[in-house]
Design a protein around this ligand. Structure first.
Ligand code: HOZ
Length: 436
């Protein structure tokens, strides 16, 4: 691409004149990796095309929602039909009930659910609900977990904040986060100490069970088990933030993955987003009836939204859930993701590049570290400069991964074995250049 035919750069310059940093969500600006963000014109299946007409195999999938790939015919049909019927009514619809029923059917810990428009809104409302239901103020979160950009949760968070080296946002008054207790992920001892100190004041413990905002780090089974035990023992609520994991790592979400090792395991509140909207602005939080009945208009915890349960978004989400419920869907998706991850590990090993990777369902992550990290501090030891070379090497050759070290990747049902094989072969080329 000669400078005169490149359209991404002039678009970025134009964007920067009218939008802070040229983007509507910081990580898209390529600030950490350098270079010019690609302005996407269209997408289909596993591919996206930028303003220069370059094709990319897409492993971002709109940061998670596009589990079926782009432009799935059944989803398109549902969205087109819903759009013709009306964009927004600000009144209840049958489709909202259907979507709530589908979520409850798939996630046994959820008996009632409230639909909202974004993961941030869902996380923020879940915290308010936990505080309202328990009459307590303190919330426990873990370093590197990102639960959206609500004030009380923007402390030592991952995602874009980690990328810019400032895990706590400016503009959040100390008073607002005085009740937020931040602990190390996977550190049982710290958790026990926090409960010993504040047990009677803790409204909830909130966790990304398979954290996707410090790349991909699993909460260990003993850690999740201890969180559950301590919450129950002290009357606190255990909140699973499954915005990334829900309907992505397994049909029943991360909680169904942990229930394999912890019989009967259930969180009290689940926060969902991304896949349930299928690419439209839709998110949710749900839990046991006794907890959810604290929500207005039944109870005194207030939350509302003009676009909550939007008819086009719910049509998109329902059509997406219908597809991922098909027998064998998750087996096939998990197998593709596993093939990708194993292939990348083998390619890095062949070129002598220290590399570790992990996956669950259609979500994966990798590190330029010899072993998988267990917490944020270890994630931070990753070699950022080397990651940037890897990122640009892949991007130039048509493989689009997240432009930051701290973000998980996503495989869709539209990724064919050929796409995966092509990705691994491109990665091997790039690893070769990294080894030099
Ligand atoms: N919160 C997303 C990363 N974990 C970024 C979303 C976006 O930029 O679209």
């Amino acid at each position: 691409m000669t400078p005169s035919t490149d359209r991404n750069l002039p678009l970025f310059e134009r964007a920067k004149a009218v939008i802070p940093g040229g983007v509507n969500s910081p990580v898209r600006a390529f600030k950490a990796v350098g270079g010019t963000p690609r302005f996407i014109e269209r997408a289909q299946g596993a591919y996206m095309w930028d303003a220069n007409g370059q094709r990319f195999i897409d492993y971002i999938g709109s940061w998670g929602p596009m589990i079926l790939g782009h432009g799935h015919p059944a989803v398109l049909e549902a969205v087109q039909k819903a759009a013709l019927e009306g964009f927004s009514f600000g009144a209840p619809t049958e489709r909202e009930v259907e979507l709530a029923e589908a979520i409850i059917d798939l996630v046994p810990s959820i008996e009632m659910v409230r639909l909202v428009s974004s993961g941030t809104e869902a996380g923020m409302s879940a915290i308010r609900l936990a505080r309202g239901a328990t009459g307590r103020n303190k919330i426990v979160k873990f370093e590197g977990c990102y639960h959206g950009h609500a004030d009380a949760l923007l402390v030592k968070a991952g995602s874009g904040l980690a990328t810019f080296g400032n895990a706590t946002s400016a503009g959040v008054p100390a008073e607002v986060v005085q009740h937020t207790v931040v602990l190390e992920y996977n550190n049982v001892q710290q958790l026990e100490e926090a409960f010993a100190l504040h047990g009677a004041d803790i409204a909830c413990v909130m966790i990304e069970p398979i954290a996707g905002n410090m790349n991909f780090v699993r909460a260990s089974v003993p850690f999740v088990k201890r969180c559950r035990e301590l919450c129950t023992q002290h009357g606190a609520l255990f909140v699973f933030d499954e915005v990334m994991n829900g309907f992505r790592v397994a049909l029943g979400g991360a909680q169904s993955v942990y229930a394999r090792d912890i019989p009967g395991f259930e969180p009290d509140i689940t926060v969902m987003g991304k896949v349930i909207g299928g690419g439209m602005p839709l998110a949710a939080f749900g839990g046991k009836r006794a907890v959810m009945e604290h929500m207005a208009p039944l109870g005194s915890v207030y939350q509302a939204g003009t676009l909550s349960g939007n008819p086009v978004a719910t049509a998109c989400g329902l059509a997406t859930l219908r597809e991922i419920r098909q027998p064998g869907f998750f087996e096939a998706l998990s197998a593709s993701t596993r093939t990708l991850v194993d292939g990348l590990v083998a390619a890095a090993a062949a070129e002598g590049v220290p590399f570790s990777a992990d996956c669950e369902g259609g979500m994966f992550g990798f590190f330029l570290l010899p072993t998988l990290p267990q917490n944020y501090a270890t994630v931070m030891q990753s070699d950022g400069a080397r990651f940037n070379r890897l990122f640009h090497g892949l991007l130039d050759r048509g493989v689009y991964i997240a432009p930051a070290l701290y973000e998980a990747g996503f495989v869709s049902a539209a990724h064919t074995p050929q796409d995966i094989a092509e990705t691994i072969s491109i990665a091997r080329d790039v690893f070769k250049s990294l080894a030099n």
